[in-house]
Ligand binder design. Structure first.
Ligand code: FAD
Length: 560
């Protein structure tokens, strides 16, 4: 029986077969040496929400129900039969399960321990494809039907709600969202858990743990997103930053057998994750959303066995001796022989005194599907004249009534791609305002009015516009590195030949060889992507540098 998991709308019979494939006898024979046959009795619980490193089960006979115990009525999501296998993305990553597996009919199951399962997918390409496809589709079905173990109660008028929704979505975690402004039935939930509408956003994990207005760290802990990460190990490599460059480094490092951990402040994706459509990345002629691209990369990194730690930031580097220690905001110290710095850049913010008050309540720094839904049919402002502003304007023009693009200078940036310039100029929904800057934001609880200054006429005008997208470039995220390695005047990390000999020696470079390409003034520490001085600000170059860095890491590890 293969229901009632709700498949994404495009599902077909073929997709159904892919999501719950029946393994052939030959395929099962290839799995047998990795596990042991276990006789199971009806009613036996094999795994439940909260369990880590859940084994992989292939059903030789009997049947297994997958149940969501934290939802009303404890729905059975699927019943696996002989030849099927249990599992989804968490089975591969070792993260906590959020469903329960209960034997429906007694039989014999082949049980493969988590680490043996990882080894199997690393060496058997055909099985790896079958499992991965099924796991990804199952996770998508769980996301689509909200069959996870977390309920998020919030309001579209709350910036904190948007932040949490972004966090769970970008981590590919299934959740149920209840908007208190539109969903009247939510009151029953609030009453049941004894919380008031003033506490929003509220999350309920596993039907028991209630978090009022949690930070993303608290939510990550509640979901156990990092529970499988050993924080005491001395690793070959820690990659700091989960944008395209960090994800590429994680994929190559793990696939080449390094013990690698990727550390990310929020959720993987980086700046690219806030891009509605990337059209110039090789191999995607019709474009791909940043979240889809980086989501795929994350799954790939997990498949090869990279550990991922989210919702934690590197705040300091202890660089006086090796192994290096990366210090987190809660003072945890992670030890590593080498480091790839992939912390990218953060959005520049115009100097408007009350900007922070409207962040998430009318002022946004990314234009993805989620933000575009908020301003459907309204007028919006996009600030900036570079590639990211151009993309946002074109994307938002599909749903907004009118897009006002405010450009500080007299023209679009020289760096903007030709195809974007053409699309903007030819789009009747986009109005370009050159030499124009926002001078005031006004509103009560949310942004209601924007005043801008046309510098060519000196005239200020106020507009009833409730949505502003700031796309005004970025500065490097290198505060945590200060005092450890050579940075340029703007704070970008210097690498390879760009490091001057004096900086090298005053910084304590101890080796007879000079730094390799992408290596910083600290031996064994590399910088890639947008954080590196001289970077190209493109997804492709970030991915290229992240992958290249790994061959240099190997060379460095050989020196130790
Ligand atoms: C809206 C938008 C659209 C874009 N569109 C395109 C496009 O179409 N084509 C293109 O080629 N390029 C595009 N770009 C540029 C491209 O996204 C970037 O060049 C690319 O993302 C850089 O990747 P990165 O991994 O070096 O850094 P980032 O993407 O900036 O990622 C850095 C990551 O590090 C994390 N981090 C930072 N500090 C810490 C810390 N202390 N500890 C832990 N983690 C940390 C951040 O949270 C972030 O996830 C776009 C950029 C934006 C903003």
């Amino acid at each position: 029986m293969l229901s009632p998991v709700t498949l994404p709308p495009s599902s077909s019979l073929d997709q159904h077969t892919q999501i719950f494939p029946t393994l052939t006898a030959a395929q099962i024979d290839r799995i047998r040496p990795c596990g042991k046959v276990r006789h199971v009795e009806a009613g036996e619980v094999l795994f439940q929400p909260g369990d880590e490193h859940v084994p992989f089960f292939v059903l030789l006979s009997g049947s297994l129900e997958i149940v969501q115990p934290s939802q009303p009525g404890q729905p059975i999501l699927v019943t696996h039969a002989a030849g099927n296998f249990a599992g989804e993305i968490a089975t591969m990553s070792g993260q906590r399960a959020f469903v329960l597996g209960r034997v429906a009919t007694e039989g014999d199951f082949l049980e493969v321990r988590h680490e043996d399962f990882r080894a199997l997918i690393g060496r058997d390409a055909e099985l790896s494809e079958v499992f991965l496809r099924a796991f990804i589709l199952r996770r998508l079905a769980l996301i689509h039907s909200g069959a996870g173990n977390v309920i998020l109660l919030g309001s579209r008028h709350s910036a904190a709600t948007l932040k949490l929704r972004e966090f769970v979505s970008r981590n590919g975690y299934p959740y149920v969202y209840r908007d208190l402004d539109t969903d009247t039935s939510s009151q029953e939930l609030l009453d049941r858990f004894n919380v008031s509408a003033d506490d929003v956003p509220v999350t309920i994990c596993n039907g028991v743990h209630v978090l009022k207005n949690p930070s993303i760290q608290q939510l990550a802990d509640c979901l156990g997103l990092n529970a499988n990460v050993d924080q005491t190990a001395i690793r070959d490599l820690i990659i700091v930053g989960g944008g395209p460059s960090g994800l590429a480094a994680a994929v190559y490092a793990a696939s080449e057998g390094l013990d690698a951990l990727l550390l990310e402040t929020a959720s993987p994706g980086g700046q690219a994750g806030s891009s509605s459509k990337i059209e110039n990345y090789l191999g995607f002629p019709t474009g791909i959303s940043g979240q889809e691209l980086t989501g795929r990369a994350l799954t790939q990194a997990m498949k090869f066995g990279a550990d991922i730690m989210v919702a934690h930031s590197a705040v300091r580097l202890h660089c006086d001796r090796r192994p290096y220690h990366i210090v987190l905001e809660d003072d945890t110290k992670l030890a590593t022989r080498t480091i790839v710095i992939a912390t990218g850049a953060t959005y520049n913010k115009p100097p408007l005194p009350n900007l922070a008050r409207f962040e998430g309540l009318g002022v946004y720094y990314g234009a993805t599907f989620m933000e575009s839904q908020l301003c459907d049919g309204d007028d919006v402002i996009v600030v900036g004249g570079g590639n990211s502003a151009g993309q946002a304007a074109v994307f938002l023009s599909q749903t907004a009534r009118r897009v006002h693009m405010l450009v500080r200078s007299g023209q679009l940036a020289d760096t903007m791609s030709r195809y974007l310039i053409r699309r903007i100029e030819e789009n009747p929904n986009i109005e370009l305002h050159y030499k124009t800057e926002i001078v005031a934001l006004d509103g009560d609880t949310e942004l209601e009015r924007v005043t801008w200054l046309d510098k060519s006429t000196g005239k200020q005008s106020a507009h009833r516009i409730r949505y502003v997208f700031m796309m005004t470039g970025a500065s490097p995220r290198t505060d945590w590195l200060k005092g450890c390695l050579a940075l340029d005047a703007k704070g970008f990390v210097l690498t390879g030949r760009d490091i001057e000999t004096t900086a090298l020696h005053s910084g304590g470079w101890s080796l007879s060889r000079p730094p390799q390409m992408l290596e910083t003034s600290l031996p064994g520490v590399f910088a890639v992507g947008d954080v590196r001085a001289g970077n190209i600000k493109r997804v492709a170059s970030a991915v290229g540098e992240g992958s290249m860095a790994i061959s240099l890491v190997h060379r460095t590890l050989g020196e130790l």
